[in-house]
Design a protein around this ligand. Structure first.
Ligand SMILES: [Zn+2]
Length: 335
């Protein structure tokens, strides 16, 4: 099969054997796979992974083969897959259904081979069948959309939580805007791309801040929030320089939620956080069933979020184009 192999320096298309199924695995013929910020951080050398490795963990495809222990009903089903592979179902975290922290977990496309290939083998318990009204392309948004939902699963909202400032309106930021609105929050969207700010506006974001302009983001968030600061501030930027402003834009006793995995060291003023009694949250992965319901019901729209599409053979061009454009939202690899 054709696969995009990351060798620690670059990604090259190679011909390699189709994966051999292990117990309880299925073989998926990949149809579409999204490039995520995590893939970019790995390809930039900011996150270390075992090499050689096939990257990619946001994908859809068709089940074309199954291990004998797998329910045969999965055959020929159109599916997407969760990322938390190799789960032991017995450790401290698994006993509490926290599979993202399972002690034996291996993440698809990060610890073990992912989806930038014609075929991928995944554990059958990771599968979700796709409804007919979610296309293969749209299905590549399910994993990040689940992560957007998870933001509000890990951080309970109180009666004083009314405003949320979302730093970065890329794919995750724009999904977060929509989930935040569903949760009844008033959203302040911050980005330097007018195109992304316009998309946020179309999704119902009330306040838009272009951080290219001279006035400080903190100052403008204070103006919007009666000088308090936002009740919740979310970072999706992966920009260590943004963190100072993220802390200063949060109201005292507010919540900061970190969503980016950029792999960079980030200086942070802990004193300001302690003095103003700010709580820091973080989360990743999330409930796929909620994401599938959100997309299928039309509550969440990913129309307009696909910036570019490339064939697998052109994956290097796809990564380069992602890095080059500030207006970039999501690139999809069609396989
Ligand atoms: Zn476990």
């Amino acid at each position: 099969m054709k696969a995009a192999i990351f060798d620690g320096r670059e990604i090259r298309i190679k011909e390699i054997p189709i994966p051999v199924l292990k117990d309880n695995q299925v073989l998926i013929r990949v149809k579409a796979a999204g490039i995520c910020g995590t893939d970019l951080a790995i390809s930039n050398g900011h996150l270390s992974v075992p090499i050689p490795l096939i990257l990619g963990h946001e994908f859809s495809g068709i089940v074309v083969d199954i291990d004998k222990k797998v329910n045969p009903n999965w055959l020929k089903k159109r599916v997407t897959s969760e990322i938390n592979s190799n789960i032991d179902f017995s450790c401290f975290f698994c006993q509490r259904d926290i599979f993202s922290q399972c002690e034996s977990r291996k993440a698809l496309g990060i610890d073990i081979n992912g989806s930038f290939a014609e075929f991928i083998a995944v554990d059958s318990y990771l599968l979700h069948e796709l409804p007919d009204n979610i296309s293969n392309r749209e299905a590549t948004f399910i994993e990040p959309l689940a992560a957007a939902y998870q933001t509000f699963e890990t951080m309970s909202l109180g009666s004083d939580d009314k405003t949320i400032a979302i730093f970065g309106l890329g794919k995750l930021g724009l999904l977060l805007c929509q989930v935040a609105i569903i949760n009844g929050l008033e959203v302040i969207g911050i980005d330097h791309s007018d195109r992304k700010l316009n998309l946020a506006k179309n999704f119902g974001v009330k306040h838009l801040i272009n951080n290219n302009e001279n006035e400080s983001v903190e100052g403008r968030i204070k103006k919007i929030t009666g000088n308090l600061g936002a009740d919740i501030v979310v970072d999706t930027t992966g920009n260590p320089n943004a963190l100072k402003e993220i802390v200063s834009s949060c109201r005292s006793r507010g919540k900061i939620h970190i969503k980016s995995t950029h792999g960079l060291d980030t200086p942070i003023n802990l004193t300001d956080i302690v003095v103003r009694e700010i709580t820091i949250y973080s989360s990743r992965c999330g409930p796929f069933h909620k994401a599938i319901d959100g997309l299928s019901s039309g509550l969440i729209s990913v129309k307009d979020l696909i910036s570019k599409e490339f064939k697998l053979e052109k994956i290097t061009d796809a990564f380069n184009s992602y890095k080059a454009s500030r207006d970039h939202i999501k690139t999809i690899i069609l396989i």
